[in-house]
Design a protein around this ligand. Structure first.
Ligand code: NAG
Ligand code: NAG
Length: 298
C-alpha cells in the first residue's frame, strides 16, 4: 500500500525567522502499516493554531519592515491590498512595458486585474498566466509577484529570453485569480479561513459557500475529479462558467482571440501538468509538451 502524506512544514523549520526561505514540504512514502500509523499520529499532533499564529506574526513583522524600508519583500506573503499596490508601483516604474487591465469584478465586487506586458501592437499572440485560483495556495501568488518583477527587470536589462519573447508576444499575468477567496484566507489565523480554497459565492447549500473555480471551466465540465456537492472542496458549481471570476477570464481570453498559451500556477507538488487531464489520451502536441517540460531545470 502506498500512502503519500504532504507534511506541511510551513513554519516548522530549523529556525523560524522572518522569511519563508528554506521552509519545506516533505513527501513521505510509507511502506508498512506501522509507518502509516506513525504518520497518522504525527498528523494529529499538528498544532494548526500555533502554526498560523506564527505565520501571522511573520506577516506583521514583514509589513513593518516594508514600511520602514519602502521596499517590497519578495520572500514574504502579502495581502490583496499589498499585492494590488505592488502592481501599481510596477506599472508606474515601467510605463512603456506594463499596463494594468481590469477584466471584471468578483462576486463580492472586488476588481480582477491582469498585468499586461507588451512592447506595442494590436492583439499580438498572447500568453496567459494566472495564480491563486485556489485561495490558500499563497506561494502561487508570491511566485506570480516574483515573475512579474522578473519579466520587468529582464526586459529592462535586456536579458534573454524576455526581450525576444516580448517582441513577438504579449504576456498577461493575473496574480490573484480568486480575490474573494484570498481575502477570506487572510481574515484570521484560523484553519477554517487560512485553508480556504474556493470562491465565496452563495451555493444551493446555505452552510457551504464557494465553488472550486478550477473545476468551473467550460472544459469537460462535471467530468471525473470534480464534486457536485456544494460542501465539497472541489465543488464544480451548478454549471460551466457559473462563477463570475471564471466567466471574466474566459470572456477576456475569447474576446481577445489570439491567446496561444494558458498557464495556471498552483502550490503543492513538483508537477508540471499538461492536457489532457480528463482522459488517458495524449494531446496532439504531446511531443512538444514533453520536450518543453523536461527541458526545464528546477
Ligand atoms: C462595485 O464596485 C464599484 C467600484 O469598483 C462601485 O462603483 C459599485 O457601486 C460597486 N457595486 C456594488 C454592488 O457594491
Ligand atoms: C480524450 O479526449 C480527447 C479530446 O477531447 C479525444 O479526442 C479522445 O478521443 C479522448 N480519449 C479517450 C480515450 O476517450
Amino acid at each position: 500500500m502506498r500512502l503519500y502524506l504532504g507534511v506541511f512544514a510551513l513554519l516548522a523549520t530549523v529556525h523560524c525567522e522572518e522569511l519563508f526561505n528554506g521552509d519545506q514540504v516533505l513527501r513521505i512514502q510509507a511502506e508498512y502499516e506501522s509507518h502509516i500509523e506513525v504518520l497518522k499520529e504525527l498528523e494529529k499532533n499538528v498544532d494548526w493554531g500555533e502554526l498560523l499564529d506564527r505565520e501571522r506574526g511573520v506577516m506583521l513583522h514583514n509589513a513593518e519592515m516594508k514600511s520602514r524600508a519602502k521596499g517590497f519583500n519578495f520572500a514574504a506573503y502579502h495581502n490583496l491590498e499589498a499585492i494590488y499596490s505592488f502592481m501599481d508601483t510596477l506599472v508606474a516604474s515601467h510605463p512603456d512595458l506594463i499596463s494594468k487591465v481590469k477584466i471584471g469584478s468578483t462576486y463580492e465586487n472586488r476588481s480582477m486585474f491582469a498585468l499586461k506586458f507588451s512592447t506595442g501592437g494590436e492583439k499580438k499572440p498572447a500568453i496567459w498566466i494566472d495564480a491563486g485560483i485556489h485561495a490558500r495556495e499563497w506561494v502561487s501568488h508570491a511566485s506570480a509577484v516574483w515573475i512579474a518583477d522578473r519579466i520587468a527587470t529582464d526586459f529592462k536589462e535586456n536579458r534573454a529570453p524576455v526581450p525576444s519573447l516580448l517582441s513577438k508576444m504579449d504576456i498577461f499575468l493575473m496574480i490573484v485569480a480568486n480575490p474573494d477567496g484570498y481575502v477570506f484566507s487572510h481574515i484570521s489565523p484560523r484553519p477554517f479561513h487560512r485553508l480556504w480554497r474556493k470562491s465565496r459565492s452563495v451555493t444551493s447549500n446555505p452552510n457551504c459557500p464557494g465553488v472550486d473555480l478550477n473545476r468551473n471551466w467550460d472544459a469537460e465540465f462535471s467530468g471525473p475529479g470534480a464534486s457536485d456537492d456544494p460542501c465539497g472542496e472541489d465543488y464544480r458549481g451548478p454549471s460551466a462558467q457559473s462563477e463570475i471570476e471564471v466567466k471574466n477570464i474566459a470572456d477576456f481570453i475569447t474576446s481577445h482571440g489570439n491567446f496561444k498559451s494558458f498557464m495556471t500556477l498552483h502550490a503543492y507538488s513538483q508537477l508540471l501538468m499538461y492536457p489532457y487531464a480528463y482522459n488517458g489520451s495524449n494531446a496532439p502536441d504531446q511531443p512538444e509538451l514533453v520536450k518543453k517540460s523536461t527541458s526545464i531545470n528546477l
